[in-house]
Design a binder for this molecule. Structure first.
Ligand SMILES: [Ca+2]
Ligand SMILES: [Ca+2]
Ligand SMILES: [Ca+2]
Length: 190
């Protein structure tokens, strides 16, 4: 139980203030909330899933929470620290378009090998549709995620080699208003 009482060192907050786009005051508020939810100072995947299921009680958010967790856990050590959390939020809430797209690419690139495959994109889409649940989209057809992915993928995979690179991803997102709009829609569920 020693761990639970460890306080965040002021110099660590100062470093975060320099690295993120939050003010010291905002970081203190965020930290208080974080410690409230996670007294141990880190979030594991189960906590993440619990939090998500509260936001999306009508659907099954397990898979999407898993993918998001991996995107937040930037050093891939199986837990999201306050630093991981703040840096993710900083990009999602205050980042430039380029930074947000980089983050989204990393989310879609499930095995983190630097390429998005059609399967990876389909897995993410299915997870989002599962999370939204049938109540939110009553008219949703069974094959909607696949259609969505086909359209996205054809637009993004410029050289038709079957994978989407970060350059292809950013270029097509910035050029195509429809993709951008979907990205914003998708931001709302983060
Ligand atoms: Ca981590
Ligand atoms: Ca990949
Ligand atoms: Ca390609």
């Amino acid at each position: 139980m020693e761990m639970a009482t460890v306080r965040h060192r002021p110099e660590a907050l100062e470093l975060l203030e320099a690295q993120s786009k939050f003010t010291k005051k905002e970081l203190q508020i965020l930290y208080r909330g974080f410690k409230n939810e996670c007294p141990s100072g880190v979030v594991n995947e189960d906590t993440f899933k619990e939090i998500y299921s509260q936001f999306f009680p009508q659907g099954d958010s397990t898979t999407y929470a898993h993918f998001l967790f991996n995107a937040f856990d930037t050093d891939h050590n199986g837990s999201v620290s306050f630093e991981d959390f703040v840096m993710g939020l900083s990009i999602l809430l205050r980042g430039t378009v380029q930074e947000k797209l980089n983050w989204a690419f990393n989310l879609y690139d499930i095995n983190k090998d630097g390429y998005i495959t059609k399967e990876e994109m389909l897995d993410i889409m299915k997870a989002i549709y599962d999370m939204m649940g049938k109540c939110t989209y009553p008219v949703l057809k069974e094959d909607a995620p696949r259609q969505h992915v086909e359209t996205f993928f054809q637009k993004m995979d410029k050289n038709k080699d079957g994978v989407v690179t970060i350059d292809e991803f950013i270029e097509s997102c910035q050029k195509d208003e429809n993709i951008m709009r979907s990205m914003q829609l998708f931001e709302n569920v983060i």
